[in-house]
Design a protein around this ligand. Structure first.
Ligand code: FAD
Length: 488
């Protein structure tokens, strides 16, 4: 195999963390070559499969990622599941640096133990929510039909192939969403949005059809703490407040003492809480009153409540309600703790969607991992006590943050890596074969990667199909279909 002496970096995962890491590496050094390996035949991770369909402006980052992918020193290899089709060990042999998105499928390999890493072998774990862990609620009944994780529900309406068969039952009137972050609000909005709005987005056709038949009229967004601790941003709250055909319904008592507590809080929290207070307590003007009167659908926050049990119908065949423990707060601000009061409340509902966050898991017992915080202990992306080991994305920071924060932390990690190359802490002088070695391994195993121009065939078909029905794109829903189009 021919090799060139330039530093070869391989990134596993083509979400924002992967693309921003690649972008920074390519820009900062004129000699680095970057290959991006992606499990699915299509790129962009959660930008395609997470971001809500009615947020097209957020998806504009795809334009920048496309520029990176088309750079002469960057290549995309889709349909390559690292850990299954090619091992991390093999990637390490082929590249000076391997940038990983953690996945369950990466099996621990004794040869990849940290103490065996040589100075030119780098791991960067670019982790986000990726493939793993829904955080379980840990309450009886959570496996009943009618209970879904937000991760799967979002994957279903966004066309993630593994969630295609979810087919959530939307035949009930009341849905409960557990969690009060942006993902919870995305889900609430999708459940309650008028069809005319959704029809113009890239939501999948099966989801659109199911939502057209949906009988959900009321969505309660439940949090264990109070109005001062909601985790959504003002943009998402404003969208909820202004959602056509819906009206808010809050519990006035939940807001006692909130205005008084607002004085010393940081501005973003203050603005968010003021909007909540206005929505919950202010008498609406004539126009708003009229709007609310005509609204058939209802949404509201329910504060100071933690789920203790999902209640089944008499036949125990499906969800009929949820038992919520009533909490009080100890302390104030972000540090406030929810403490059980001993009271409980039952709420009838047929749909429960838990949006209580995602959990990173360690990929290898030999890799330093803080199980409590579900992050790799690190300083600016350099993993503690593991020279040559880097992390970025949610594995670095915990599973929070938007694309902009992922961008910043990916740039930081890339900077750390470049500094180490410059200082010699990372030796990139031995020549490495890069993708040539990996391609021949994949060929032997019957794995045919999808190139970026193959993806562009999928992209073009999807946008054409979208054009035909007034949507920005109509996504292909199975890996088989994607591969068929890519190889046509
Ligand atoms: P991901 O985007 O998950 O990318 C990881 C990639 O790695 C995936 O493509 C995956 O297929 C691939 N991969 C996994 N395992 C393997 C393997 N074994 N081999 C090869 N490839 C693999 N941010 C905003 O700014 N605005 C929003 O409106 C917004 N909405 C969101 C909505 C939801 C529901 C969620 C969950 C997040 C949202 N975010 C939003 C946050 C944003 O999506 C994340 O910050 C960002 O996607 C994280 O990027 P990432 O690259 O770390 O992970």
């Amino acid at each position: 195999l021919s090799t060139s002496s330039c530093p070869k970096v391989c990134i596993v995962g083509s979400g924002p963390a992967g693309f921003y890491t690649a972008q920074h590496l390519i820009k900062a050094r004129q000699d680095v070559e970057v290959d991006i390996y992606e499990r699915l035949p299509v790129p962009f991770g959660l930008v395609r499969f997470g971001v809500a369909p009615d947020h097209p402006e957020v998806k504009n980052v795809i334009n920048t990622f496309t520029q990176t992918a088309k750079h002469s020193r960057c290549s995309f290899y889709g349909n390559v599941n690292v850990g299954k089709d090619v091992t991390v060990d093999e990637l390490q042999g082929a590249y000076h640096a391997v940038v990983l998105v953690r996945t369950r499928r990466l099996r621990p390999n004794p040869k990849t133990r940290i103490h065996a890493l040589t100075v030119f072998l780098i791991y960067i774990f670019c982790q986000s929510y990726g493939a793993e862990g829904n955080r379980r609620m840990g309450v009886p009944g959570e496996d009943l039909p009618g209970v879904y994780s937000a991760k799967d529900f979002v994957g279903w309406y966004n066309g993630l192939p593994s969630c295609r068969e979810l087919k959530p039952d939307l035949s009930c009137e009341t849905a409960i969403i557990l969690g009060q972050g942006n993902v919870a609000l995305d889900v609430a909005r999708i459940l309650l949005s008028p069809l005319d709005i959704l029809k113009k987005t890239d939501i999948t056709q099966p989801a659109l059809e199911a939502l057209a038949e949906s009988r959900v009229q009321k969505v309660l967004i439940v949090g264990r703490r109070g109005p001062m601790q909601v985790a959504c941003t003002i943009k998402e709250l404003r969208e909820m407040v202004n959602l056509p055909g819906t009206r808010p319904e809050m519990v006035t008592a939940d807001f006692e003492g909130v205005s008084e507590a607002l004085k010393d809080v940081p501005r973003p929290r203050k603005r968010l809480t003021e909007l909540l207070l206005k929505t919950a307590l202010d008498a609406p003007g004539d126009k708003e009153l009229e709007r609310r009167r005509n609204a058939a659908r209802v949404w509201g926050f329910r504060f100071y409540r933690s789920p203790t049990e999902i209640l089944a119908d008499p036949g125990r065949s499906r969800t009929a309600g949820i038992r919520l423990a009533v909490n009080r707060l100890e302390g104030s601000g972000d540090a406030a703790r929810a403490v059980l009061t001993g009271e409980v409340e039952d709420v009838s509902c047929g749909l429960v969607i838990s949006s209580i966050g995602y959990k990173s898991l360690p990929i290898d017992p030999a890799v330093p991992f803080d199980s409590h915080r579900a992050v790799m202990p690190n300083s600016v992306g350099r993993v503690h006590q593991a020279p040559g080991l880097y992390c970025s994305g949610w594995l670095k920071t915990g599973p929070t943050g938007v694309i902009a924060t992922t961008m910043n932390n990916s740039f930081d990690t890339a900077r750390s890596l470049l500094e180490d190359m410059d200082s010699g802490a990372l030796d990139v002088s031995p020549a490495k074969p890069g993708s040539q070695a990996v391609s021949s391994l994949l060929e032997k195993r019957g794995v045919k990667p999808v190139t970026f121009s193959d993806w562009e065939k999928i992209d073009s078909l999807e946008t054409r199909r979208g054009d035909a029905c007034g949507k920005p794109r109509e996504k292909l829903l199975s890996v088989e279909e994607m591969l068929k189009v890519a190889r046509a």
